[in-house]
Design a protein around this ligand. Structure first.
Ligand code: UD1
Length: 355
């Protein structure tokens, strides 16, 4: 049973589900995957569009458990997920990443003694004020199979005493970047729709609680974007619903275009086309590297430290001057010997099939 709920999980699950289905064709005992959607992300543009575009299997259960505080959401998910696990008695529960759906899925399974496999295990920001850090640390300590995207993640688990059934599988998001790059280049009309040319614009995404729910930090970020716009930069910013609700009066600044959340192929096309990406997302930092676009990260720390070490990513927090300077000096870095070879999902499917 695979538990998903939030946008980045649809991308990761799409790759592994495809690999599990392919793998099953050759097995005498086929693997059966049942997808359960918590409804953490429920808007069409945050959920349904991804299921269609990524050809994800339809969920066997579609819950409506999004919204509210982190505690309310996680709490609401527990009894519903537990009920499904009791009724469907899965051999294993598969969870992805670090969202509230990840932790709720892991906790419900652990209380029923169902083994848990965690994809994207071992990542750490070492910042416990992030809800994601709490979710990922707890999920790892409930899991029995660990699929790590990087060697840093393997080492993090080792430091916490987790050494058994730890696989350096590589990153399923790298698989997704390779798989969907060609269709994005061929089929996405987003540049034309927005009147943009390759390498003429900056792409912005901001959705972290620490940036959006703190008016001072959000104010600094907006100042930086306004200053970049005043200098003649074109900034394209797909607005996450979390931010949209905070910015009731909208944002108006020279050169700044706020747009609706984007389907995956359009997002990839903008990541490829941008001169620099400014983001506080974990996934987008890596996608920037996968598509060889320099990145400026609006946080104090990152779980993807190798992107910084290799020179592709600059960690600048939210100081407007540092943001401006980082954009001015953003440039390509070195090749990163992590994330696998684009076959991580197949490797994960192979290991799951042999359990
Ligand atoms: C969640 C994850 C984060 C991940 C992000 C990807 C947690 C703790 N955080 O953050 O790790 O990077 O997803 O986007 O799980 N909302 C809508 N429509 C939707 C989805 C959300 O209006 O389709 C609203 C919610 O009602 C809520 C806000 O947006 O008020 C934030 O959503 P939430 O699921 O709490 O967290 P994210 O910020 O999306």
């Amino acid at each position: 049973m695979t538990i998903v709920g939030a946008r980045p999980q649809f991308v990761k699950a799409a790759m592994v589900s495809r690999a599990l289905a392919d793998f099953s064709i050759f097995e005498s005992r086929p693997l059966i995957e049942e997808l359960v959607h918590t409804g953490q992300h429920y808007d069409d543009l945050m959920s349904q569009v991804f299921f269609k575009q990524l050809s994800l299997p339809n969920p066997v259960v579609m819950m409506e458990l999004g919204g509210g505080t982190h505690g309310q959401m996680t709490g609401r998910m527990l009894p519903s997920l537990e009920r499904e696990m009791i009724d469907r008695h899965p051999d294993l529960v598969l969870v992805y990443g670090d969202t509230n759906s990840t932790l709720a899925g892991a906790l419900a399974a652990a209380k029923l003694n169902i083994p848990i496999a965690h994809v994207e295990a071992g990542l750490r920001s070492f910042n416990k004020s992030m809800p994601e850090e709490i979710n990922r640390v707890l999920t790892d300590h409930l899991s029995s199979l660990f699929f790590c995207p990087t060697s840093v993640a393997v080492q993090n688990l080792k430091n916490e005493g987790l050494t058994e059934s730890v696989y350096l599988s590589g990153d399923v998001m790298y698989d997704a970047a390779l798989f969907f790059r060609k269709p994005a280049l061929a089929d996405s009309l987003i540049l034309k729709r927005l009147g943009l040319k390759d390498k003429d614009f900056l792409l912005v995404t901001v959705h972290r609680q620490e940036n959006i729910d703190n008016p001072e930090r959000l104010g600094y970020i907006l100042t930086a974007l306004e200053r970049l716009g005043a200098k003649g930069e074109i900034l394209v910013w797909p607005l996450h619903p979390r931010l949209k609700t905070r910015l009731k009066s909208g944002i108006k600044a020279n050169g700044l275009f706020t747009i609706e959340p984007l389907p995956f192929l359009d997002m990839i096309r903008l990541e490829i086309g941008a001169r620099v990406i400014l983001t506080d997302s974990g996934g987008v930092q890596k996608e920037a590297y996968f598509h060889r676009t320099p990145c400026v990260t609006l946080r104090k720390e990152t779980e993807w430290i190798e992107t910084v070490v290799a020179g592709w990513n600059q960690l600048v927090d939210c100081d407007p001057e540092r943001i401006e300077q980082a954009v001015a000096k953003a440039e390509p870095g070195c090749v990163i010997a992590e994330y696998g070879t684009g076959n991580s999902s197949k490797e994960i499917a192979r290991i799951l099939a042999s359990c």
